[in-house]
Design a binder for this molecule. Structure first.
Ligand code: KG4
Ligand code: ZN
Length: 337
């Protein structure tokens, strides 16, 4: 098979990332994370756009260097079109439009959430490749979705969140515990020395097919407010147990919902995607319950869990194979799958 190179760029939130793929294989991936937001306790959109502007040229140059290829070698360009922060998306879209105009190479716009799901189709990461149809639980800072993937271009959201996303619930919970942003990875680390059954937090009733996380966060807030009234050091003295119990509530709720809903669909392969799939408890629970129920489970490598351009490259490649017609690409902050 002759080579088919795709250059992809992702800039929807706080990661500036570029990747080069050859068909479905990643040749090189370079991701610059923006540390500037830490001091503000969340992503500051204007600062994200500025950081993308200064990162994008060095990141794209680095990916060409790493792959030992040039723009002339590319067959296709792909960029995240949405959803995401307007200013952040603009930087990637404007940059890739310019590259496309200057080089005459075709450009495709990619949905970021499709990207998270289709990252499983990147070849070389699993011993056995994922098969369609499959079901994917996407858990990130902004989204919680169960996606039914019929083919590489036919994706259907069958469940979503009514309020906070799973990652948001972890980040906001961490903030209540006085932990720095983003709290998810820190909660994961501190939980390792805590008791997941030390405290109980309220999770929603499991009859609806959509998720809801805002009650869980409020339950943590009321609990620590009550406890710190009698012991001002309650959080510091119990931080490991608090993290472990809160994380456990989020993960068990996610898993109960996912496995109950996915039973309704005829799939053999199930997958995890998005930044929260880096969580160690979620990974082990997904694996354990999946195997118990007879599914083949797919959990991406860490670099393909969080925001990255390789997932944009694979989705753009599939999109282009199906419909190689050029269309105007504009940032779509609220783009749906
Ligand atoms: O997909 P992602 O990189 O960005 C988008 O939101 O699109 O996901 C980021 C989210 C954040 O909420 C972060 O706290 C969470 O993923 N996260 C984790 C872990 N690593 C990242 N949450 C729990 N445990 C982790 N190890
Ligand atoms: Zn994401």
């Amino acid at each position: 098979m002759s080579d088919f190179y795709t250059l992809a760029v992702e800039s929807s939130c706080d990661e500036t990332s570029a990747a080069i793929l050859n068909h479905q294989k990643v040749v090189a991936l370079v991701t610059a994370t923006q540390a500037v937001h830490e001091q503000y306790g969340g992503v500051v959109p204007e600062l994200a756009s500025r950081a993308h502007q200064s990162n994008i040229v060095p990141v794209v140059s680095a990916v060409f260097q790493k792959a030992n290829l040039t723009l002339q070698d590319m067959h296709l360009l792909a960029v995240t079109e949405g959803p995401g922060l307007m200013g952040a998306l603009h930087v990637g879209v404007a940059f890739m439009k310019s590259l496309s105009m200057a080089s005459g190479k075709p450009l495709v716009g990619v949905n970021h959430m499709k990207g998270h799901v289709l990252a499983h189709c990147i070849q070389g990461q699993y011993e056995k490749e994922i098969q369609f149809p499959f079901a994917c639980l996407t858990v990130s800072g902004g989204h919680t979705q169960i996606v039914l993937v019929e083919t590489s271009t036919d994706l259907k959201v069958v469940s979503t969140t009514l309020d906070d996303a799973a990652g948001e619930a972890l980040d906001k919970g961490a903030k209540l515990l006085g932990l720095p942003y983003p709290g998810g990875p820190m909660v994961d680390r501190l939980s390792k020395e805590g008791n997941p059954k030390a405290f109980a937090f309220a999770v929603p009733k499991k009859k609806d097919n959509d998720f809801s996380f805002s009650g869980l966060k409020t339950s943590l807030l009321y609990f620590i407010q009550a406890q710190t009234k009698t012991n001002p050091n309650f959080i510091q003295e119990n931080i490991h147990d608090l993290c472990a119990s809160y994380q456990n509530a989020v993960v068990q709720y996610l898993m109960d919902q996912f496995f109950r809903i996915v039973k309704e669909y005829n799939v053999k392969d199930i997958a995890l995607a998005g930044g929260v799939s880096a969580n160690s408890l979620l990974r082990s629970e997904f694996q354990k319950r999946g195997v118990e129920k007879g599914y083949q489970t797919f959990i991406p490598q860490f670099e393909y869990c969080t925001d990255n351009a390789a997932m944009i490259g694979i989705s753009g490649y599939f999109e282009y194979l199906k419909n190689p017609v050029a269309r105007n690409i504009v940032p779509k902050p609220r783009m749906a799958i």
